[in-house]
Design a protein around this ligand. Structure first.
Ligand code: THU
Length: 162
């Protein structure tokens, strides 16, 4: 038996003012994406903004449904929209934020496992890292240099791709 360790490096910022200009702008767009959230059941709005290498920004928000499992997270709404409308686009960075009227969010929310798996496949497909910024509107911000840092053991089975 061998015991192995994985280390994850990530950046922590105390507020949006500490980020570079491009990241600040992406976070502001994620905040803007909250407006289209359809979340009457959880009352928890999630917004994401994805910056493409072309300079274009794609927004996404969580879309819920009365048949609860039919809803979709903000990250996957935005990613699948890119996959279906611009399948060859290269993603540089994505910012994610959340808001609710029910309590004060003081820490950044981090993406669910299902979204991480989808993010991991987009990253693998384009073969360049996707930066991820978890932006808390009133608190700290976390930034990772690639999805691999968040999901080092994502499901990969090359034989299924043939
Ligand atoms: N949600 C997201 O949009 N992204 C995540 O990574 C986790 C959760 C949404 C799903 C649901 O509409 C609401 O947040 C509460 O779970």
């Amino acid at each position: 038996m061998k015991l192995l360790n994985l280390n994850i490096s990530f950046e922590q910022y105390t507020g949006i003012g500490e980020l570079g200009e491009q990241d600040q702008s992406l976070c502001k767009k994620a905040e803007q994406a909250l407006e289209s959230s359809y979340s009457p059941y959880s009352k928890f709005r999630v917004g994401t903004a994805i910056r493409l290498a072309s300079g274009e920004t794609i927004l996404g928000s969580n879309q819920e449904n009365l048949a609860y499992p039919s809803g979709l997270c903000a990250e996957r709404v935005a990613l699948f929209s890119i996959g279906s409308n611009q399948p060859n686009a290269i993603i540089e960075s994505m910012a994610i934020t959340a808001q609710t009227d029910n309590f004060n969010i003081t820490k950044p929310i981090t993406s669910c496992g299902g979204c991480l798996q989808v993010m991991a496949e987009f990253e693998r497909k384009q073969a360049t890292p996707i930066e991820v910024i978890f932006y808390c509107l009133n608190g700290e911000i976390l930034k990772v240099p690639s999805v691999k840092s968040l999901l080092p053991f994502s499901f990969v089975e090359d034989r299924l791709e043939r």
